[in-house]
Ligand binder design. Structure first.
Ligand SMILES: Cc1cc2nc3c(=O)[nH]c(=O)nc-3n(C[C@H](O)[C@H](O)[C@H](O)COP(=O)(O)OP(=O)(O)OC[C@H]3O[C@@H](n4cnc5c(N)ncnc54)[C@H](O)[C@@H]3O)c2cc1C
Length: 333
């Protein structure tokens, strides 16, 4: 079996950029992604939400950024294995210079590994309200349908963190009216989002409120909510309910690979993005170190560090990364 220089586990934004950078700097890679599509959270969780904090774009939707990253990676011809989750990694040599990676369906070898699995599988926190299960996918949403679905509808968003605030700002301009409820008085999300929400004439904010029940026959007709401090219940006419309670990190098999973990993240040395296993690096949301910020921009920066280190690890005569224009033999667009 041929060994690639690098196996990248996870085809989200950070893994995709890793594949482009690896090949730019002379390393072949195999990208293994558990979903049938590449793009990670951008593609699966918020394809239509605008992103304003990626360098070079005033605003770009999750899907468009994912498509650009896929296009960039494809120019560098990594091997893509889609729809297969990596279950195990095994060091075939003591120095860690040869690993075998297995998905259960296929086996791959490489001289180094870069783990970019983000938050693992995307498991939304479900709404603990009566009726929520019954309408899931048909009135109750955790992953976004096209925003056009909400045109001229009465929408309720539930939650107090960035997921709820992001959905609120994305859906409100399409909706007839949007109500955001949170069971605490204070939101936990970004201050700028909270300010924009309070300024929007199309959004009503109600705190501390809890969703008790969702009512309707074939479609949602109303919700029953409770004002938390008084316990008083109210019934509102609503068409759609969006659960914005965030996602449960679920690293699954990654937890059995012998890595130093902190909760659902992998502890790395931020000067190299190296894990405790020789030849195994991590970047993006899954990588943890003091001061870590889970942003796409951070993940891209971590890729620069990781690729430089992997290159030296595979060939100790090489240090740092030359500028891309000075590289020979790279595929030109
Ligand atoms: C609602 C929401 C809004 C956001 N808005 C912004 C924003 O405006 N700006 C910003 O910078 N960030 C934002 N983020 C965060 C941003 O999406 C993440 O920082 C980014 O996606 C991290 O990229 P990643 O490649 O590390 O991980 P992910 O995007 O999570 O990709 C990891 C990939 O690995 C795959 N995977 C997991 N386990 C395995 C396995 N065992 N084998 C193979 N594949 C596996 C997953 O299926 C996934 O495709 C937002 C997040 C959410 C949820």
């Amino acid at each position: 079996m041929d060994a690639a220089d690098l196996i990248i586990i996870g085809g989200g934004p950070v893994g995709l950029f890793g594949a482009a950078m690896a090949r730019l700097h002379g390393m072949s890679s195999t990208v293994i992604e558990s979903l049938p599509e590449l793009g990670g959270q951008l593609y699966a969780l918020y394809p239509e939400k605008p992103i304003y904090d990626v360098a070079g774009f005033y605003g770009i939707s999750g899907k468009d950024l994912a498509l650009r990253l896929i296009d960039q990676a494809e120019h560098f011809s990594p091997r893509f294995v889609l729809g297969e989750a990596v279950e195990s990694i095994t060091a075939l040599q003591e120095d860690g210079l040869l690993y075998e990676v297995s998905t259960g369906l296929s086996t791959h070898r490489a001289r180094a590994i870069l783990i970019t699995v983000g938050i693992g599988a995307f498991v939304p926190r479900k709404l603990p309200a009566q009726g929520a299960d019954r309408f899931e996918g048909a009135g109750v949403y955790y992953l976004m349908p096209p925003l056009e679905h909400f045109r001229d509808r009465q929408v309720l968003v539930v939650g107090g963190g960035d997921t709820a605030l992001d959905w609120t700002l994305a859906i409100a301009p399409k909706s007839r009216h949007l109500t955001l409820i949170h069971r605490r008085s204070q939101f936990r999300g970004q201050e700028e989002s909270i300010r924009l929400i309070h300024e929007s004439p199309n959004i009503t904010v109600k705190t501390p409120y809890e969703l008790v029940r969702i009512e309707g026959d074939h479609q949602i007709q109303a919700v029953v909510v409770k004002e938390v401090s008084s316990g008083a219940e109210e019934r509102w006419a609503i068409d759609d309910v969006v659960g914005g309670l965030g996602f449960l990190p679920s690293l699954g098999p990654v937890k059995t690979w012998g890595l130093n973990l902190e909760g659902n993240t992998i502890v790395v040395d931020p000067s190299s993005m190296a894990t405790n296993l020789p030849g195994v690096y991590a970047a993006g949301d899954v990588a943890q170190y003091p001061g870590k910020v889970k942003l796409i921009a951070t993940g891209f920066g971590e890729i620069g560090i990781a690729i430089a280190q992997i290159r030296s690890y595979l060939d100790p005569t090489k240090h740092g990364l030359p500028h891309s224009t000075n590289l020979k033999g790279i595929p030109r667009p």
